[in-house]
Design a protein around this ligand. Structure first.
Ligand SMILES: [Zn+2]
Length: 294
């Protein structure tokens, strides 16, 4: 499942290829997939729109910028509309020339006047594709927590925010309304880097631990972006050019059950709680870690 690093890789590639380019046509293949975000009394809600309504918001507009917050990706258009994507579990945005046969789960195709087509396909359909005007888009993004790499908050404030909750660390790091961007893979990696157990209660961290945690978030995510994201054995993540990432070779704990810890050689442990697996090193991530520095 794509997380912040994968979405950021796509953002940079889309920015490079499509800023300044115009949408010539938009081809909606799956009607149920396209929506429009509308402001409502409490929260922004999303509604189905017809392919015609959807196309009207996009065709002829030029891409002004490509934004990302957390796992949301948005093309800002010069007609004040935003075309927003969330890749969900298995969503892909792939640049395609006319020759490439469309993937069978293609839902939307964006045709640009230059630079070919971008196809959005998603086999499992947990992804999203919708249009929003500028105010509605801004409103939606406010419902997310701070972006894990773009919004650099001082570690002291980070610590206050973490300790103001009383939940297990891993679900907290994955809570998009707390901090946006981390999912199952990178929260395991961040907790390893910070030397914290996944089930440590967030209100028990020392200042040393919050400082290390805050730094780990940035380090882990930037490292993954440098390696163009993580493509696990399911092969799900592909970038704009349909290429796999390389960060899977650098993961410290996620998906490495039974393999030796890269720091201490202790076998990595996996625990399953509900639908989710947590990977960690029982040696490097045992509490308390107050005495450790660096
Ligand atoms: Zn270890």
């Amino acid at each position: 499942m794509p997380e912040l690093p994968e979405v950021e890789v796509l953002r940079r590639q889309l920015e490079k290829e499509y800023v300044g380019k115009r949408m010539r046509a938009v081809d909606v293949k799956t009607r149920q997939y396209v929506k429009e975000a509308r402001p409502s009394a409490k929260r922004v809600t999303k509604h189905h729109v017809t392919p015609k309504e959807f196309e009207k918001r996009l065709v002829g507009a030029k891409v002004k910028a490509v934004h990302r917050k957390g796992k949301y990706l948005a093309m800002e258009l010069d007609n004040k509309n935003y075309l927003v994507f969330h890749l969900g579990m298995s969503g892909h945005l792939v640049k395609a020339t006319g020759k490439r046969a469309p993937d069978k789960h293609t839902h939307v195709v964006l045709h640009f006047t230059q630079g070919g087509d971008v196809r959005f396909f998603d086999a499992r359909r947990f992804g999203e594709c919708f249009v929003a005007d500028a105010e509605t888009y801004a409103e939606m993004m406010k419902d997310l927590g701070w972006d894990a790499i773009n919004d650099q908050i001082p570690w002291q404030l980070f610590g206050e925010l973490v300790s103001s909750r009383r939940v297990k660390m891993k679900p907290l790091l994955m809570d998009q309304e707390f901090m946006a961007g981390l999912g199952n893979i990178y929260s395991d990696e961040v907790l390893f880097q910070a030397g914290l157990p996944w089930d440590r209660s967030s209100d028990t961290l020392t200042s040393n631990e919050t400082r290390r945690l805050s730094r780990s978030v940035g380090e882990v995510l930037q490292d993954a972006i440098r390696h163009r994201g993580t493509t696990l054995s399911d092969g799900e993540w592909r970038d704009l050019y349909d290429e796999a990432g390389e960060h899977q070779n650098n993961l410290a704990v996620h998906g490495r059950e039974g393999e030796p810890c890269r720091r201490c050689r202790t076998p990595i442990v996996r625990v399953r709680v509900g639908q989710r697996s947590h990977y960690f090193c029982p040696q490097c991530q045992s509490a308390p870690v107050d005495s450790k520095t660096g």
